[in-house]
Design a protein around this ligand. Sequence first.
Ligand code: SF4
Length: 514
Amino acid sequence: MSSDCGHLPGMETEAANPGPAKEARAPKPRVKPIDRSQTMFRVIDVEQLIEPDHPARAIWEFVGRLDLTRFYKKIQAVEGVPGRQAWDPRLLISIWVYAYSRGISSGRELSRRCEYEPAFQWLAALGCINYHTLCDFRSTYDAELPELFTQVLGVLSSEGLVNLERVMHDGTKIKASASKSSFARRERLKEHLKAAREQVEALKDWKAEETAGQKAARQRAVRERQTRVEQALKELDTLQEKHEDSEVRVSHTDPQARVMKQPNGGFAPSYNVQLSTEAAHQVIVGAGVTQNGNDWSSLVPAMAEVEKNCGAKPKQVVVDAGFTTRKNVMELSAQGVEMIGSLRDLNAGGQLERRGIAPEFHPKAFEYNAQEDSYRCPMGTVLKRISTRKKRSAQEHIYRADCRACEVCPFQRSCCGQEGEEPRSVYRTQEPKEMEDFIKRMRQDEAKEIYRQRAGVAEFTNAWIKEKLGVRQFRLRGLVKAGLEVIWACLTYNIQTYIRLIAQQQTLQRTANP
Ligand code: SF4
């Protein structure tokens, strides 16, 4: 058989086209084997886990400067007595501060990070801290933590970072650890209480598959639920006394939370967090949590808090329209605190437009005659004073035109609005001296310029706490514990400010002059 036998025309022989055969013979690529069945020991130099200028080191050093005697006093494990050693409060404070600086506020998450994240491993020296220990430490020291916050302010003050010439104050709503559906009326709360008591009774049965630890956890959860519902019923009684006309509802998850309006216009169970920030270095000098949906009632207590923390009241406080009330202006003025706020001219607002009064007949178009104590309208009609009434701390004088003049006036509809049957009235508010001073001050350019800086300081702090430190929703329940969470966040913020302004400056100086 010739060599051509068996090949169709156009088909090439192997010798003629050696490509595919060559590829088949090409050596296989060599890769590292993955062997997961092996066991190995690694040498870890704990000091080398993080860089020399890592923030965790700076936090550890800073916390080391504080007097933690009150925290150590609460430790039950003592020398010479058998038992497990306690974790060092300096370590737990440093770990929580570093955790908040990374936006971590969950105890379980923090405990997990201690197992693998270098900065937490360095802080805990490779120790594994149980999440119960971490969570209990965060929520137990309700007397010691505010004192620690004051100490931190003392350190910042000694470095010249606390200046009380001007303080910017603002409030922000932070969601509570409760859902809207947890709010219930009295009857429903009683049903919850009955169910919780039945569950407590049922706990006496030991489930065969359950360990002692699981049983203890189940008992704790059920008892906590019963306590919360009992607290909710007490809270409901207190609230009902204040709101006799309506049937109030309280959350059985967090009885002290209140439904508040959110910045997005919606409503959610929340607490109102009030922060005072000094303007020069943006250090938080006062922090508090309230159950009030409004802001204005928190300003005077907030200034008292600043005085408690720093030993003096601020000279000037800058706030937005939510805090600008006559009561606040007068009370702060009596305490020697100058207030910069928002001027709201109610007569010039939408009220007049809603009543159908045209802009050319707003009160500023009426000319006041102080000698005769009367107004003159754009048509020349005189409005005489008919009465005076008390409006909070101010007096409101009411002036009215002659009804015969208004009846025949061609502009009656534009001037008197929808209630056109009545002759036109104009109101003149006689403010107390403190309020007049405030209005005069706020008409000056200097005060307007200071007011413009408010958002950059006060709202910045609020946004930092929520967005960077991760406190968008409280993890702890109740007014006191929510307050503790805010203090942890403010401690973290102030220590971060210190590190940014002082520690980095010192590092730069050391680098420049070794
Ligand atoms: S309605 Fe009466 S007050 Fe108003 S412009 Fe006419 S006359 Fe004057």
